[in-house]
Design a protein around this ligand. Structure first.
Ligand code: FEO
Length: 401
């Protein structure tokens, strides 16, 4: 009896991954619900391990393998992606089981070589190449930049199953292995958060993947990602959501992000948000003292407007605002209108700096930066409200119902 057990997910495939209930920081992304590192075992000939797990979870993965087969029966390992949450245990597993073959994409061979000395030759597999596993066949598709240059996915035809690596994943720790065992609203939020924070800047490669999937007309019953649940209940739904997120069509929704020193910029933000709502658009106000940058990115994924407020400190924008804007700029959101605002004492550079960064991000600015001195008066707040109403009107024109 092993302390951890595998879960059968299809006729020939078992989940042998690990659950990380603890992790909250995934290279700057707040993983509020932890994550899983999914590895899979194909009981073919040879027995094949699909990916591994982050190194501290190696023993958990090996125990799950041992609950199904003697780990020494693993004679092939496929590494879909070299990032260490999936390859971290690879050198140890290779040393322990001495497989006949280790496979990766051509870029994967190079990337793994820059991470580890795994002490074993890695065989490159090309786009469209099929590996025979006895009665089973595993076909590889390169998915460069989804989300590293080495990334690939594979399709096990007999089980109509796609091993999608980071694709269609989410950071969600759970003992449930399938989407239809989890609350739909949690799945929707965490899948969107994952897309926004990892895939948003790479949307054009998502389009390429869809073109390829359309061309191949794969019959897909299951999608098995490297994070989060296996999709079996709503395969069509997650494929459709990814397609929509990659398009980032503007919607009648505004995100108002800000920080504040003495509540003046916050008061401005509240009046702007009220004006947006009064103008008929949805609005989410996100004070950076309470909202994480990765949650801001998630809200922007289905928004049409981004308004950013910052007080001025030492002639610069507030550090939390600079942090958030740097992060958002890297994610390259598309199709946004926006504006900058903020209270200041004397020099008041921050709204100008914010507006400049929004412009560099390709956000279409609908107004000059709105600055007020010290504490907003009633007239100042009316001006803020009018800015909100203007944004709502522009959103209505851009997104007719
Ligand atoms: Fe889950 Fe890109 O690694």
């Amino acid at each position: 009896m092993e302390p951890f057990s595998a879960v059968q997910i299809s006729e020939h495939v078992w989940w042998v991954g690990a659950i990380d209930w603890t992790v909250r920081n995934f290279h700057g992304y707040l993983t509020s619900r932890g994550t899983t590192y999914n590895a899979y075992l194909i009981l073919g000939d040879p027995v094949t391990l699909i990916d591994t797990v982050k190194r501290p979870f190696r023993d958990e993965m090996m125990a799950r393998v041992a609950s199904v087969v003697d780990p020494l029966r693993i004679q092939a390992i496929v590494s879909h992606h070299a990032e260490m949450d999936h390859s971290g245990s690879l050198p140890d597993v290779v040393r322990a089981v001495q497989p006949e073959k280790v496979y990766a994409s051509r870029n994967g061979v190079a990337a793994l070589g820059r991470h580890f000395d795994i002490g074993h030759e890695i065989t490159p597999v090309g786009d469209g190449e099929t590996l025979s596993l006895g009665d089973l066949s595993l076909t590889f598709l390169e998915t460069r930049m989804l989300h590293w240059p080495d990334s690939m996915i594979s399709y096990l035809a007999e089980d109509r199953l796609v091993f999608s690596q980071d694709g269609f994943g989410m950071h969600l720790a759970s003992c449930e292995r399938f989407d239809d065992q989890l609350p739909p609203e949690v799945l929707r939020y965490e899948a969107a958060k994952y897309f926004a924070n990892i895939l948003m800047p790479l949307s054009r490669f998502v389009d390429k993947l869809y073109a390829r999937l359309d061309e191949l007309k794969l019959d897909i019953a299951l999608i098995a990602p490297d994070h989060g649940p296996v999709w079996r209940g709503d395969v069509a739904g997650i494929l459709e959501r990814w397609r929509a997120w990659a398009e980032q069509k503007p919607a009648r929704k505004a995100v108002v992000v800000y920080d504040t020193m003495w509540q003046s910029t916050e008061t401005m933000a509240r009046a702007i948000a009220d004006g947006i709502a009064a103008g008929g658009a949805a609005v989410v106000a996100m004070p950076l003292s309470a909202a994480h940058r990765s949650d801001v990115a998630t809200e922007i994924l289905d928004a049409g407007a981004l308004l950013v407020g910052s007080p001025t400190i030492n002639n610069e924008m507030f550090p939390t605002v600079a942090d958030c804007l740097t992060y958002l700029k890297g994610l390259r959101p598309k199709n946004l209108i926006g504006a900058a605002f903020g209270s200041c004492g004397w020099s008041g550079e921050a709204p100008k700096h914010v507006a400049q960064t929004l412009g560099e991000m390709g956000v279409e600015l609908v107004a000059e930066p709105l600055r007020i001195k010290y504490v907003p008066t009633s007239d100042d707040l009316l001006e803020c409200r009018k800015l909100g109403e203007l944004v709502a009107a522009r959103l209505s024109a851009l997104c007719p119902e």
